[in-house]
Ligand binder design. Structure first.
Ligand code: PLP
Length: 405
């Protein structure tokens, strides 16, 4: 392995061997167990980021590890000229959990961006040209997913993008209505996250989400819900759109689905959406391979058997209640275990760095936001250990003394 025995040596080697796309890594991590990870220097951290909402069961969950080992020994990969039991069972399970009507179908990808690429192709396949996406929305870094992602800093250098995408401000019902009217019979789809994750955990209002459903139904267009971050029990429901009682035409999943193994999915609701992509019209070598499917099945099964939907709601509510009382906290946003601490000061990068030094991994998606997307089986005691540290830090930090904004 060479010298990755200290974090400093590892980071130096990293920077000489890997492209600089992610900036300097915070630490070199060597192992994980439950909600804890250890770095190359032996320090332990409570992981409240969970690989960005990916490690749904935490690290090294026994049932997940057993599923990986069993599937690797049994059949790791085939190709999509063949079907496998894990792939079929996973598709059926997702349709069941999503309450998808007869005629619904699933396509498997390897990542979130790829799931959204497939959804984008489904929108194109309607024969219409306009896709409405939201300012603040994030759908991935491949060209199609990026075309539906608003943030100029991450797209402008890569233009021209695939065309036909128009952006409206999130939760602006007037703008959404007028964009749909302007598109008229050319409206192919509206794509949205139920809670904008990368934008700093910003929930859609029920009114806005319901209007997106109403306008797409009226126009015969697709409502594409990007649940890559919000899906798979993250919000205390299997899928966040269920909290609104609104069914989409297309739902994309990834992140938590494989509990740490790369797999994404597109769920098409009903026979019309379910048949948009036919033979030869889409595909990917690894999509739905038995390893990915088995890890996802193990993840879904553990969520069910260990009552993690209830845990997400309970621990999420506890975090929210305590965090709201911490000095310098302006608001707490989100649902379940997808939470943002809105800070009164733009101190999130400093808070995250201090947290890491104190043994807590959190993430600042914007200067005034700390995001928490931990394992779904996080305990109240683990949550409390972070809040205790955070409250003490906020009380001592000179940056918070002048209070709210
Ligand atoms: C992370 C994310 C993506 C992109 O997924 P990748 O697996 O990184 O390609 C897309 N949409 C949302 C909402 C995400 O959070």
């Amino acid at each position: 392995m060479g010298d990755v025995t200290t974090g400093a040596a590892g980071i130096d080697r990293y920077e000489h061997a890997l492209m600089g796309t992610y900036g300097t890594p915070m630490r070199v991590l060597t192992r994980g167990e439950g909600s804890y990870v250890w770095d190359a220097d032996g320090a332990r951290y409570l992981d409240l980021l969970g690989g960005i909402a990916v490690n749904a069961l935490g690290h090294g969950h026994p049932a997940w590890v057993a599923a990986v080992a069993h599937q690797a020994q049994t059949l790791a990969h085939t190709s999509n000229f063949f079907a496998t039991a894990p792939q079929i069972e996973l598709a059926e399970r997702l349709l069941e959990l999503a309450d998808a009507p007869a005629g619904s179908r699933v396509f498997f990808s390897n990542s979130g961006a790829e799931a959204n690429e497939a959804a984008f192709k489904m929108a194109r396949k309607t024969g219409r040209g306009t896709v409405i996406a939201l300012e603040g929305g994030f759908h991935g870094r491949t060209m199609g997913a990026l075309a539906m992602t608003h943030k100029p800093a991450i797209r402008e250098q890569f233009e021209p993008m695939p065309g036909g995408v128009v952006f409206v401000p999130a939760n602006d019902t007037v703008a959404l209505r007028s964009a749909a009217e302007a598109a008229g019979s050319d409206l192919a789809a509206i794509i949205t996250e139920p809670i904008q994750g990368e934008a700093g955990v910003r929930p859609l209002t029920h009114e806005f989400f319901a209007l997106a459903r109403e306008l797409t139904t009226e126009a015969g267009a697709l409502l594409i819900v990007d649940e890559i971050q919000t899906g798979v029990a993250r919000t205390g429901a299997w899928f966040a759109h269920q909290l609104h009682g609104i069914a989409p035409d297309v739902m994309t999943l990834a992140k938590g689905l494989g509990g740490g193994f790369p797999i994404g999915a597109v769920v098409a609701f009903g026979p019309d959406a379910g048949s948009l992509l036919g033979k030869g019209e889409h595909g990917t070598t690894f999509g739905g391979n038995p390893m990915g499917a088995a890890t996802a099945l193990a993840t879904l099964q553990a969520i069910d058997e260990e009552n993690l939907l209830a845990n997400v709601k309970a621990v999420g509510a506890h975090l929210r209640e305590r965090l709201e009382k911490v000095e310098g906290v302006f608001e707490v946003r989100g649902e379940g275990l997808m939470l943002a601490i809105g800070l009164a000061q733009p101190s999130a990068p400093q808070v995250a760095a201090a947290a890491a030094d104190a043994g807590f991994i959190v993430n600042p998606p914007s200067p005034d936001t700390i995001r928490l997307v931990p394992a779904l089986n996080l305990s109240v005691a683990e949550a409390d250990s972070f809040i205790d540290w955070f409250a003490a830090y906020q009380a001592s930090d000179p940056g918070t003394e002048d209070g709210g904004r």
